[in-house]
Structures are given as structure tokens and as C-alpha cells.
Design a protein around this ligand. Structure first.
Ligand code: BEZ
Ligand code: FE
Length: 309
């Protein structure tokens, strides 16, 4: 049936008209892409003999994704966000860019304009029982030269996997800061060890993941944007070693180079120096940035973000 119906002239005519190809106005690229996507879906309907009930349930599903604002979760779970990273990686490889900290997905939970602090910051504002984490490192270029005054924008979940602003029980900006590196490119921050994120159990993303026999969990992780004038913006995360989902992230964001060692420090002198009276965990992680180049597309990605409200 596939070969016959889809190749008939009424369908070819329909495809051309629905994409506005017979109209002078509109945007040529949009027309081409719409024609391809709709054509591929027509083929899918034919190949799998999709019933009208299945089709209309898919339409309701798309509406539910919109109503619940889960688009950013769904595309991550279906691997699109990771696929965009792999495309960036390949373009950089073909242009001869080597080294640098690997990128990985931004996810949908960043909020613009977190409080900016110089050199060091404390991220945790809301008291909760948790391991204290001290993280520090240096921002350098790919040749090892420190990058002073780079901005390390960091955000992560609390011990329940929730993010401030999205989880209304947290205070605004909890576990979110921008830190400007010092004259030697160094940054440090105090925070709490996060737990992994899980998609809302009753939402449409989880509904589809369950139908695929999958789960909607991410390993514990900390997000970063690292930027400085003259350098390619880096979007990345580190994962917390030992997490049960470390190599089973529903959003496919784990990369081996992004799993730093986590050391537990029980030395009383170190605890006192850090202003603490209990053991803490430490992570050291350096970021390596590429210099700006016009050989590859800019890494600044324009996408809609939730407001700080
Ligand atoms: C996250 O980083 O927490 C995240 C990423 C993709 C989808 C949902 C959450
Ligand atoms: Fe996250």
C-alpha cells in the first residue's frame, strides 16, 4: 500500500499544497521542512497502519505536553537534545577543533540572571540535611592558559531532585549562582550534594517513557555554562560518581570525561579551614574553553527559558 497510495497524484498534490509549495509567499525553508516532516508522518501512518483512534490519541498527547509545559523534558528523553550536541561535536571535529571540556545538554531548568559573585560563592540557601560539597577549579583555554573573569553559571537540584523556581518549596535562586573567575581563572563554591532529577511521575513524558519500557531518571549532576569574551560558550554538566543512574540517564547526557572524583574529607584541620564542623565532600574540576572561531556555528543557543518568577 505504501508504494501505491503515497505515490498517487492526489497525495503528491496534497503534500505540495499543505506545505504551501504552490504559494508565492511564506518562508521557503519552513515549507521544505514541513513537507518532509508531514510526508514522513504520512509514511509512518501507512507503514504501521495507524488507526484513527491511535492518531487522535497522539494529537491529545501533543496537546497534553503543551499544557503541562513538558516539551523540554520530552525532547531530552527522546534524545533530541543529545543529538544536537553530537551534531555540534561533529562540526567541531570536522573543523579541526580539538580538546576542550566536552559539552552536554543544558536541559530545561536554567534561569537567567542568577546572582553574580566574584571568585567564590555559596549556593545553598535553604537548610536541608545533606552532605556539604566544596567544588573548585580553574577555567583555562585549550592550551592551558588561565581565563580570568570568565563567568561560571552553575545550577543544580536539591536533595529531592528539585530545582528552585520550578519547585516552589525552595527559595528563589537556591542552588543557582554565577561566579566570576579570579585573576588566575579560579572559581570555587560551597553547596550541597544534589540528588538526581526524575520527570513528574504523572506527566505525559513519563507516560511515553513507560510505554517504551523506560524510566525518567537522571543521575545526580551539576550544570554549568562557562563563558568569557573571545571564547566559545561551554554548556556542560558534571555527574556525581556512584549514582545508580550514572550510565542510565534518561536524557543521555553522561560523558566519561564529566565524572570527576568525589573525595570525602574527614580531616579536622581541613574541616576547620573550610569553616565546617563535620566531614564534607570535595570535587576539583577544571574547564577548558575553545577560542572563538568562525569555522563552526556559535555555541550560544537561543531557546525559550522559564522566567525568574
Ligand atoms: C535536568 O537537567 O535536570 C533535566 C534535563 C533534561 C530533562 C529534564 C531535566
Ligand atoms: Fe539538571
Amino acid at each position: 500500500m505504501l508504494d501505491t497510495l503515497l505515490k498517487t497524484s492526489p497525495i503528491a498534490d496534497l503534500m505540495s499544497k499543505l506545505a504551501g509549495l504552490d504559494q508565492p509567499g511564506g518562508d521557503p525553508r519552513t515549507k521544505q521542512i514541513v513537507q518532509r516532516i508531514v510526508g514522513d508522518l504520512f509514511q509512518t501512518i501507512e507503514e504501521f497502519d495507524v488507526t484513527p483512534a491511535e492518531f487522535w490519541s497522539a494529537v491529545s498527547y501533543i496537546s497534553e505536553v503543551g499544557q503541562t509545559n513538558e516539551g523540554g523534558l520530552l525532547v531530552a528523553g527522546l534524545g533530541f537534545e543529545h543529538f544536537l550536541d553530537l551534531r555540534f561535536d561533529e562540526k567541531e571535529r570536522l573543523a579541526g577543533l580539538e580538546g576542550g571540556t566536552p559539552r552536554t545538554i543544558e536541559g530545561p531548568l536554567w534561569i537567567a540572571d542568577a546572582p553574580l559573585e566574584k571568585g567564590s560563592a555559596r549556593l545553598d540557601q535553604d537548610p536541608e540535611p545533606a552532605d556539604v560539597l566544596l567544588m573548585h577549579g580553574q577555567v583555562r583555554d585549550v592550551d592551558g592558559t588561565p581565563v580570568p573573569h570568565a563567568v561560571v553559571d552553575v545550577w543544580h537540584a536539591n536533595t529531592k531532585g528539585g530545582y528552585s523556581f520550578f519547585d516552589r518549596s525552595q527559595s528563589p535562586w537556591n542552588l543557582r549562582r554565577q561566579i566570576e573567575t579570579d585573576a588566575e581563572g579560579k572559581y570555587k563554591f560551597r553547596t550541597i550534594l544534589p540528588a538526581g532529577y526524575g520527570v513528574p511521575p504523572d506527566g505525559p513524558t513519563n507516560k511515553l517513557l513507560k510505554a517504551l519500557g523506560r524510566h525518567g531518571n537522571r543521575p545526580a549532576h551539576i550544570h554549568f555554562f562557562v563563558s568569557a569574551p573571545g571564547y566559545r560558550k561551554l554548556t556542560t554538566q558534571i555527574n556525581i560518581a556512584g549514582d545508580e543512574y550514572l550510565h542510565d540517564d534518561f536524557a543521555f547526557a553522561t560523558r566519561d570525561e564529566l565524572i570527576p572524583g568525589v573525595t570525602r574529607n574527614e580531616n579536622p584541620d581541613a574541616m576547620r579551614d573550610a569553616g565546617l564542623n563535620s566531614p564534607f565532600v570535595e570535587i576539583e574540576f577544571d574547564f577548558a574553553l575553545h577560542h572563538e572561531t568562525d569555522k563552526v556555528p556559535d555555541t550560544v543557543v537561543i531557546r525559550a527559558h522559564a522566567p525568574a518568577a
